[in-house]
Write a protein that binds this ligand. Structure first.
Ligand SMILES: Cc1cc2nc3c(=O)[nH]c(=O)nc-3n(C[C@H](O)[C@H](O)[C@H](O)COP(=O)(O)OP(=O)(O)OC[C@H]3O[C@@H](n4cnc5c(N)ncnc54)[C@H](O)[C@@H]3O)c2cc1C
Length: 414
C-alpha cells in the first residue's frame, strides 16, 4: 500500500511545529508544508519586540533551519497559496493550478489583521502589521523618527507604540473603548497605560479615526472628535480575523474560526485545524475557545500531529501568553473574566505584583507583572483543582511555590 500524503496549509508557527512533530512521531508518508510567505516558519512575537528594535538577528526567528526540513523530507512549498480544498476528491488546488491529493489535512492558516475602512485608508503610511516583511518595513521607517499614530490599544498596538517611542518617535494611541489593554482587566490595563504615559505616549480613549488625510502619503488623521492629528505613520492594530476562507468554501463548520472537536478534527473527517484559526470546545473552561497566542499555536501544533496519526488524545490546555511593555513583563495563565473574586499579591508601586481571580474557591487566572514565580505557582494551583483560600494568595508570608507544589503532588496521587 502506498504511504499516505499529509498536507499542511500555512507554514507558520502551528504548521511548522506540526510538520516537525509528525516526523518525530515516526510519520513516514509524503509530508507537504504549503505557505504563502517566502520564509520558513518563524516566530512572530519578536516582530514587535527584539527583532523590531534590532536586538535579535533574523536568523533567531526561525523555528528550524532549512536543513532540518530537508533532512526530514518535509516538502516545504514557499510563496504558494492554496486556493481550494476539494472535500469530495480530497485534493488541494494551488494558486498555480497544481493539484495535491491528501489523506489527512491540517489547516494552520492563522489570522489576518483587521483593516480600518475609512476614507484615505489606502494612503502610503497607513499600515497593518503581521509579517516579517511588515517588520522590515517598519524598522526602516522608524529609524526616520516619523510621527506615529497607533489605532487600537491592544497587545500589538501597545507593543508597537513602545517600540516606536524607544526609537524617539512621537506616539499617540487611539482606543475606541474605555480601557487600555482591556483583555487584561482594568487594574493591569491602567498600570500599563501609566507605563506608556511615563514614556511620553499620548493615550486617547473613546477616540478613533474619522479619516486619513494626505495626497498620496499620510499627513494627518482626523479624529472622530473633530481634532486633526498630524502624523506620518498610522499603525492599524485592531485585532485579527481567522483565515477560514478555504474552510468556509469547502463547507466546513466555522464560527468564524474553524470549528474542531476535542481531537482538533474539523467537521470533515481527516481534516484538522490548529493555531489562531482553530476554535474548540474546552471542558476545562466550559466554553468554546479560539486563542490567538504563541503558546497555543505551539502546543496545538505539537498536539495535532498526534491527532492526525490517530493517537486519540484530548486537547484542553491551560492558556498562557505574555506581553512585554517596555521593560515590564506581563504574563497570564488561565482566562481572565469579570465578576470573579480578585486578589492582589505584591504592590503595583514596586512594579511587581500579581492579580489572581477566584471563582467558587477555584483559581481561574493569574496575571503576573514582573513576577514569574507567582505565575508558575498559579499554573500548579489551577491544575491541582484544589480549593484555594484567597487570603493565602494575598499573604506575602505564604510560600506560594511550596504550597502549590504540595497541592500539585496531592492532586497527582489521587
Ligand atoms: C507582531 C506579533 C507579535 C506577537 N506577540 C505575541 C506575544 O508576545 N505573545 C503571544 O502569546 N503571542 C504573540 N503573537 C501571536 C502569535 O504570534 C500567533 O498566535 C501565532 O503566530 C499563530 O500561529 P499560527 O500558526 O496559527 O498562524 P501564523 O503564524 O499566522 O501562520 C499562518 C500562515 O498561514 C499562511 N496562510 C494563510 N492562508 C494560506 C493559504 N491559503 N495558502 C498558503 N498559506 C496560507 C499565512 O500567510 C501564515 O504564514 C504575536 C503576533 C504578532 C503578529
Amino acid at each position: 500500500m502506498p504511504s499516505p500524503t499529509f498536507c499542511i496549509i500555512g507554514a507558520g508557527m502551528a504548521g511548522g511545529r506540526t510538520a516537525i512533530s509528525l516526523r518525530e512521531r515516526g510519520f513516514e508518508g509524503r509530508l507537504v508544508l504549503i505557505g504563502d510567505e517566502p520564509e520558513l516558519p518563524y516566530e512572530r512575537p519578536p516582530l514587535s519586540k527584539g527583532y523590531l528594535s534590532g536586538e535579535l538577528p533574523q536568523g533567531k526567528l526561525f523555528l528550524q533551519p532549512r536543513q532540518e526540513y530537508r533532512e526530514r523530507a518535509i516538502e516545504w512549498r514557499p510563496e504558494t497559496r492554496v486556493s481550494e480544498i476539494d472535500r469530495h476528491g480530497r485534493t488541494l488546488r494551488l494558486a498555480n493550478g497544481e493539484l495535491i491529493s491528501f489523506a489527512r489535512l491540517l489547516l494552520a492558516t492563522g489570522a489576518q489583521p483587521r483593516r480600518l475602512d475609512r476614507p484615505g485608508a489606502d494612503l502610503a503610511g497607513v499600515v497593518t502589521y503581521r509579517t516579517l516583511a511588515d517588520a522590515d518595513s517598519l524598522r526602516a521607517r522608524l529609524s526616520g523618527q516619523p510621527r506615529v499614530v497607533v489605532v487600537g490599544a491592544g497587545f500589538l498596538g501597545s507593543e508597537l507604540a513602545a517600540a516606536a517611542r524607544r526609537q524617539g518617535c512621537p506616539v499617540t494611541i487611539l482606543e475606541l473603548g474605555e480601557a487600555f489593554l482591556s483583555p487584561l482587566g482594568p487594574l493591569i490595563g491602567a498600570f500599563c497605560a501609566d507605563l506608556h504615559r511615563q514614556a511620553g505616549v499620548e493615550i486617547l480613549l473613546r477616540e478613533t479615526v474619522a479619516r486619513f488625510l494626505g495626497d498620496s502619503q499620510l499627513e494627518a488623521v482626523e479624529l472622530a472628535s473633530g481634532r486633526s492629528l498630524p502624523c506620518d505613520l498610522a499603525l492599524i492594530c485592531l485585532g485579527v480575523e481567522p483565515n477560514s476562507q478555504l474552510a468556509v468554501a469547502a463547507g466546513l463548520e466555522t464560527d468564524p474560526g474553524v470549528v474542531v472537536d476535542k481531537h482538533c478534527q474539523s467537521s470533515l473527517e481527516g481534516v484538522f485545524a490548529a493555531g489562531d484559526v482553530a476554535s474548540w470546545w474546552s471542558p476545562r473552561w466550559d466554553q468554546r475557545l479560539r486563542v490567538e497566542h504563541y503558546d497555543n499555536a505551539h502546543q496545538q501544533g505539537l498536539f495535532v500531529a498526534g491527532a492526525m496519526l490517530g493517537d486519540g488524545s484530548v486537547y484542553d490546555p491551560l492558556p498562557y501568553f505574555w506581553t512585554e511593555q517596555y521593560d515590564t513583563m506581563v504574563q497570564q495563565v488561565g482566562i481572565v473574566s469579570s465578576g470573579r473574586e480578585q486578589v492582589i499579591r505584591g504592590d503595583s508601586a514596586s512594579r511587581s505584583f500579581s492579580l489572581f481571580q477566584v471563582r467558587d474557591g477555584l483559581l481561574k487566572s493569574c496575571v503576573a507583572v514582573n513576577r514569574f514565580p507567582d505565575l508558575a505557582a498559579a499554573r500548579r494551583l489551577i491544575n491541582s483543582g484544589a480549593q484555594i483560600p484567597p487570603a493565602l494568595l494575598e499573604d506575602p508570608t505564604v510560600d506560594l511555590r511550596a504550597w502549590s507544589q504540595q497541592l500539585e503532588e496531592e492532586a497527582k496521587s489521587l
